[in-house]
Write a protein that binds this ligand. Structure first.
Ligand code: HEC
Ligand code: HEC
Length: 385
């Protein structure tokens, strides 16, 4: 169905003696809807698109403290960043285990530097606390395209992946669950089960907008439990249509993938965690996603990535060193890689999988043992995913 998305941008110059004819340039963008949406779905997509870009105002319930005023500030064009969520957390001597006593971090580890009246200050790191023993970390807003597919994968498929890994080898991927026991898929530690829950979570935690799903304002140092808009800030439709929009974003088109590259990817053990595809079930958000395979390049499990990547945060069953296998899609749209953007290239991201205690250490060694040509094939493959 690519044709409906293709746009003829240029027409080959006529009479140039070079054969002329049409030059069709296909759009390569990270923010395209799934092909084959019905007219009604396309209309909902457009409503959600506008909500995703909307700069919320204090009169609409922004705050009292918040990080950014629009989804797109942290997921520009549905890709990565530039906005991020920063944390400061007191940890023990090992550098990553959170302390029970968080001392002066009364409003929690997440920093929310922006504020609106009646708040008088944002939540920032208390500078009175010595930096020693405090782990600062950042999560750049990850890409949100292709996420509808995550919901199409049944819990049982994700659970079976964890069981298979538990039976042998170096991989020990684990399922994360939300508070009600459903298998988590969303968030960098897979703490949330559905996009609707995630949208409500993001509205509250990143923007200070409450809803039926998340009815309480975020903790703040003024002790306020409401903002300029009394009661719930958002109606149900705002949350639902925003989630629908995210669910309907396509995986950016993959072209030029080489068989050699795929082989190297498997040889180096990448595919153990970055599972090329997972089976989908009958209950999918869109008909075209049902009973097929979701090409996610992720097992949707959390893995121990070692001390160096730890952020000291526990979320559900995920520990301070655990991260969900990053789905590999649309990487050509990113300038930085890994949860905090510390890697500047795909190759750097791979090498940084090597950390004390990381499940991926053997895979990095296998990558480095490849010939220069084989490494280039692997990198070319991953960059086109
Ligand atoms: C301040 C920056 C920021 C804002 C604003 C923000 N996000 Fe995010 N978003 C993030 C970060 C950081 C994560 C990773 C969160 C985690 O690990 O729990 C994330 C994760 C997500 C995910 C899960 C992606 C995945 O791979 O699992 C979705 C979906 C999402 N955001 C949607 C939204 C929506 C919808 C809004 C607006 C209502 C929004 N975000 C506003 C920073 C932001
Ligand atoms: C043990 C499981 C595991 C193995 C093996 C593994 N990865 Fe990863 N990979 C992860 C996790 C978890 C992340 C996210 C880490 C983070 O954000 O700090 C990740 C992140 C990445 C990223 C960054 C993606 C982004 O959006 O920033 C790339 C690229 C990547 N892996 C490629 C590879 C390649 C290539 C291999 C094989 C050489 C490989 N990985 C092996 C688990 C694994």
């Amino acid at each position: 169905m690519g044709l409906s998305l293709a746009v003829a941008l240029g027409v080959g110059a006529c009479g140039d003696g070079g054969g002329g004819g049409l030059t069709v340039v296909r759009e390569d963008r990270p923010d395209l809807p799934l092909a084959g949406l019905t007219e009604a779905e396309r209309a909902r997509f457009d409503v959600g698109d506008a909500l995703f870009d909307r700069e919320f105002r204090p009169s609409q319930g922004l705050g009292p403290v918040y990080i950014r005023a629009a989804c797109s500030r942290c997921h520009v064009d549905d890709g990565r960043g530039p906005g991020a969520v920063e944390r400061a957390i007191r940890v023990s001597g090992d550098g990553f285990t959170p302390l029970d006593d968080q001392g002066p971090f009364r409003a929690g580890p997440v920093l929310r530097p922006q504020f609106v009246a009646p708040a008088t200050r944002g939540v920032t790191a208390p500078w009175s606390v010595p930096a020693e023993g405090v782990l600062r970390s950042a999560r750049i807003g990850p890409a949100v395209f292709g996420r509808g597919w995550f919901e199409a994968v049944p819990d049982a498929v994700i659970e079976a992946g964890a069981r298979a890994q538990a039976e042998g080898g170096v991989l020990r991927g684990r399922v994360n669950r939300d508070a009600t026991g459903r298998v988590g898929r969303f968030g960098l530690k897979a703490r949330v089960a559905t996009l609707e829950d995630f949208a409500a979570d993001a509205f509250r935690n990143d923007m200070g907008l409450t809803s039926r799903w998340q009815p309480t304002e975020v903790p703040n140092d003024d002790g306020l439990d409401d903002d300029a808009r009394p009661g719930l800030d958002l109606d149900d439709d705002t949350v639902r249509e925003t989630a629908f929009y995210v669910a309907a974003l396509a995986i950016p088109r993959r072209t030029g993938l080489s068989a050699e590259g795929a082989m190297r990817f498997a040889e180096a053990g990448c595919a153990g965690c970055h599972t090329p595809s997972l089976a989908t079930g009958p209950a999918a958000p869109f008909a075209g996603m049902a009973n097929t395979v979701a090409p996610l390049y992720s097992d949707l499990l959390v893995h121990d990535m070692g001390v160096g990547l730890a952020d000291g945060t526990r979320e559900g069953l995920a520990g301070p060193r655990d991260w969900r296998t990053a789905p590999l899609m649309g990487l050509r749209f990113f300038r930085t890689f890994l949860h905090d953007g510390r890697a500047r290239s795909v190759e750097e991201a791979i090498v940084m999988h090597r950390q004390e205690g990381s499940e991926a250490n053997a895979s990095v060694a296998a990558f480095e043992a490849l010939s220069a040509e084989a490494r280039a094939q692997l990198l070319g493959f991953v960059s086109r995913l």
